[in-house]
Design a protein around this ligand. Structure first.
Ligand SMILES: Nc1ncnc2c1ncn2[C@@H]1O[C@H](COP(=O)(O)OP(=O)(O)OP(=O)(O)O)[C@@H](O)[C@H]1O
Length: 219
């Protein structure tokens, strides 16, 4: 589904921070992306989300060569990808409910079609009481859960999550992990970037480990 061949990345004239990355994200797969702080996890997530271009190598995404994809087409391809950024990126002028519903509205769905799904997902992530709250009044953990719900609501082909449990307590982290596992069972490929060892130890999953710019894969 997504394939990297000898991918390298540098920012500006700086050193190459990712080198010779070759790996695949298979359909319906589940993997953790891990490695020390500064190893390049967020950069790799951004490459997978097509918000950064590699400085060398080949990326194939949904069977297309990224270098051949027209800029205008990228938002359409991104609809197949759910992403949870470290900084959440919620829209402050919309309620939590509206933030989660937004990806569905964007594709032209009517509220009657999705309202029950949005409410159910919000309850699942523990935000049932916070649906009408605006993001600025949510706690860090609540914002994180809202960002996760927004990424999941479209049942994307791929979910990319950058430290999705960084702001929640261990019981809630376990619950969110279960949600990712459920989503994966329904067919979504899941990539979770984390250095939360407790989280990593809870499931037997493929690990992509970044260190010194290189990636090792442990199946
Ligand atoms: N926009 C940028 N411009 C220049 N250098 C950058 C930029 N973004 C990241 N870097 C550098 O690239 C390297 C990898 O950063 P990245 O954020 O991808 O690592 P990370 O593994 O996600 O770190 P953390 O776990 O601390 O979030 C770091 O050395 C960082 O300083």
């Amino acid at each position: 589904m997504i394939r990297f061949e000898n991918v390298g990345l540098r920012y500006g004239m700086g050193p190459e921070i990712l080198r010779d990355l070759s790996f695949e994200i298979a359909p319906q797969s589940f993997q953790f992306l891990t490695g020390p702080s500064g190893a390049g996890k967020t950069s790799l997530i951004r490459l997978l989300f097509m918000s950064l271009k590699p400085t060398r190598g080949l990326i194939r995404i949904f069977n297309r060569d990224l270098s051949q994809i027209d800029k205008q087409e990228i938002p359409l391809l991104r609809r197949k990808i759910g992403v949870v950024f470290q900084d959440f990126r919620l829209l402050d002028h919309l309620t939590t409910y509206e933030n989660i519903a937004l990806p569905l509205r964007v594709v032209g769905k009517e509220e009657a079609e999705y309202r029950a799904d949005v409410v159910e997902l919000l309850k699942w992530v523990g935000l049932g009481e916070r649906m009408q709250a605006m993001p600025p009044v949510l706690s860090g953990g609540e914002k994180q859960r809202a960002a996760i719900a927004r990424a999941l609501i479209t049942r994307p082909d791929v979910l990319l999550a950058d430290e999705p449990t960084g702001n929640v307590d261990p019981p809630l982290a376990r619950r969110l992990l279960r949600l990712f596992i459920e989503l994966n069972k329904l067919g979504t490929s899941v990539v979770i970037a984390t250095h939360d060892i407790a989280l990593l130890e809870q499931v037997e999953a493929r690990r992509l480990v970044l260190a010194d710019g290189r990636l090792s894969v442990f199946d």
